[in-house]
Design a protein around this ligand. Sequence first.
Ligand code: GLU
Length: 729
Amino acid sequence: MSNSLKRSQSILRDAERPSGAGKKPQSAAKPQDHSDDGHPVIDAREEMLFRALDLDNDHQVLRSDLEQVLKEVGLSADDPRLHESMTALEAHHRSLQAEDEEEPEPGIPKDAFYRAIRHNILLIERALQGNLVVPDFEDFCREIDRMFAETRKNRDGKPADYIPQLNLPEPAADQFGLALCTIDGQRHAAGDAGVYFPVESVCKPVMYCLALEEHGAETVHSFIGHEPSGSSFNELLLDKQSRPHNPMINAGAILSCALIKHKEKTEKKRRYAFGDLESRGWSGSRIDFVMERWQALCGGEKPRFSTPVYLSERATADRNFALAHYMREKNAFPAGADLEDVLDFYFQCCSIELTCEMMSLVAATLANGGICPVSGRRIFQTETVQSCLSLMSSCGMYDFSGEFAFTIGLPAKSGVSGAVMIVIPNVMGLCTWSPRLDALGNSVRGLDFCRRLVETFNFHNYDNLTGHSDKKDPRVSRVQLQAVKVNELVWASSKGDLSAMREQLLRGADLNAADYDRRTPLHLAAAENQAEVVQFFIEQKLEGTRSVDLNPRDRWGGTPLDDATLHGNTEIIALLEAAGGKRGVMTNQTSHGVAKGAATLPTDTHKTAEMIWAASSGDLVTVRRLVAQGVPLDAADYDARTPLHLAAAEGHLETVQYFIRQRLSLSPRDRWGNTPLDDAQRHGREEVAALLRRHRGKEGGKEGTGKESSGKEGRARTRRRDKQRAVSA
Ligand code: GLU
């Protein structure tokens, strides 16, 4: 359970406590039409954001609640994209902060809230609505942490040993870090995610991007190919046109280095033939430029440079020298390139150091088409990133690239220091680092983690091909998934949309899928007299191709035949009876007969279904997100069931309390004429039933006597009582 949920539960523990308890009383906020500087302040969208945070419905919100919401979705209150709003809220806080530290947190009234959030309103809105690319971010991170812990057990492989800086002894060799950042800047890290490591070969995609940005693809690819080499990363091998096969192997990366700032450099050399200071400082400014680009990719955090790694790389570089000489012999370099200088630059680029957290931002920038998600700055053109990701997909993982593309299906690049940078286009970037390598030079744990990642989530490039996969899709919230999977089908069935049923069937949908009341498409078809749909179900059963159940039981034991009988749908009764339909024992049958609820009609059945699913599992976080999206709390489904019915039936006291505070009508009738109080009583939810009765919620059978009390009245009474007590004391 999230902290915010816990907190909101404790806030709601007593729905009848005095308004604003736990918050410093504020003068009631009067909504104003215009801010101080004359801009309109309030509109419906802002109003919904406020309402979503105003759990107590007392016209104040807490900054800590907003921070908690941000945390839940993986954003930090220090996120630069929220800076203005958080500063404004901080200033508001300071102006009210009581002398006494023990004082409860001051509430923020509407006008102050609106004034603060408008600076960064889009991101705040998306956070509050749960509309970031990974909506259930905490659930997602739990899965990631589980995989991380499993992967950590793998102790195979050994660190690179060609230079001492990489050949880490135990226990340093056992380090393992992981970080991820989504294209919306949601971040998570595990293990040694803050430890610096040399980027080594992970510099290759970045150097390639820099070359592309400077010269364009045509020029760059007149020097470097796009084919997997089929040989080792440092093989003395060029393609038929005497080019390195691709930029992800050593020969290609050395050529990228030769291209970066090449023209400027040769011009400078010409101009300063005798080597003045500026010319001699050229190599320094070139690596400075590269470091600055890395820094921008990391959202502003400065990378380090390891002189020991650089010196060792240079001292052990016979193969790279051999490669460069071979390329020079074959005229592979641009005119005027200086072999030693280029190699030196390449060793420097390999010796830049980052942490997993920083590298995950680099990966996220690539996943985001070249715009750094946290700074919002464009670092690379989208075409540059497309080229880079294409080649990472086919050539990024040494001699394992083909198999990686096949089994993992994601663009990635690994380096001998044990880093793997993984890009999930349009979703997120990840980085793992663990020094032990396999025989091909890839981090053992890095690969292990990637396998687990695509086993659980539908991240493989082609996982979305069928539109139906057993893997989890973290881009869709749990509740949204249920609503899509079940309610669409049930609703289509209730309306007689046979073509939708057929299409769903082709897509592999389960025709027996049941909603929060275990109501199935067949129940609804029978209740709504949709003979064609019922016939369709019977045919499926007869064909035996699908395991269609003609007698599923709903929450109250009712079968489709019971539905047909209740509504007097004779044609359906005949169809079902002939096909083996049975009657159940319906515990929700009432003497007051069939009724349609008085609840609000849904404008969006999808969102209504999400709201009811959320209420049925007591998921206040999702309820709040849906409120921020403007979804009504009291809309009803195809059985006239409302969120309050489901919260009551499942005994979610806090959720029922929340609904009471939001002043909903407490006695809507469902298809069978039953109210939330009936639900609570039937399912033995004593506390919920008592609470509803206290607020004068009605039973379905008892018509119109006694006015139910709204949350407002409940609190007003309490306040009056408190006042009287204060007076008599
Ligand atoms: N500096 C290393 C080399 O050129 C990079 C190796 C790697 O990470 O693949 O050999």
